[in-house]
Design a protein around this ligand. Sequence first.
Ligand code: IPE
Ligand code: IPE
Ligand code: MG
Length: 253
Amino acid sequence: MARAQSSTLDIPEAGKIPRHIALIMDGNGRWARQRLLPRIAGHRRGSEAVRTLVESATRLGVEYLTLFAFSSENWRRPADEVSMLMQLFISNLENEISRLHRANIRVRIIGDLTRLGARLETLITEAHALTSDNTGLTLTVAVNYGGRWDILQAMNALLRAHPEKAAGEITESDLTPFLSMGEAPEPDLFIRTGGEQRISNFLLWQLAYTELYFTETLWPDFNAESLNEAIHSYQQRERRFGRTSEQCCAPDS
Ligand code: IPE
Ligand code: IPE
Ligand code: MG
């Protein structure tokens, strides 16, 4: 059974294959521009890269894959791009959900879902209901998600659930269950494609001790080999969680 584990409260076990990978899929627009195609063509190819990634991650035994599909700041884009992205998200959910279910994948959509429109809201509810008992990979897609939004909604939900709590009494363990990723272990590996080296308001709370990996590869070009390279880089890291190298990682001799 999954349990949220806090890297600041205990030292998580670090396996060879990251248990949880969080990914910012960036570079669709540039991929399209390089080919003189409209930006939406890049987003479409990006969706195909997601399918490949889910297959590779499943094969490797990754337990949680969390993808940033649309940030709370992406509403600032031109209205036609936003609307095409929402349309693409609808058709991806419609077309992929049975296949994901057959593959025993548990699908979760996180973010402020109130602004997504009725059709998308229904599809999300159906996807959750259909796949909630699946025991394979947990695939979380963040849509209209922002890390600051998440922390604030968790704090508000906590205060609603525990009106008796006074200022100064709230602990990290009180808050965690109310965060969107409350049931998942924190990401071991964060990957961002497209060359930018920033978090862009993704999982601010959960990335506290995550290993960060940035690649120039544009998202539509990200394939099984790219994932292997990211995992290889992860496997070279010394995850100290505050300890010294001797404490955590000295080879036993
Ligand atoms: C990421 O690709 C997809 C979304 C943010 C929805 P971009 O659309 O940001 O691609 P670039 O950064 O313009 O190349
Ligand atoms: C981050 O990509 C969000 C997603 C991939 C969904 P952006 O391309 O929007 O990030 P910034 O705004 O350039 O940092
Ligand atoms: Mg971008």
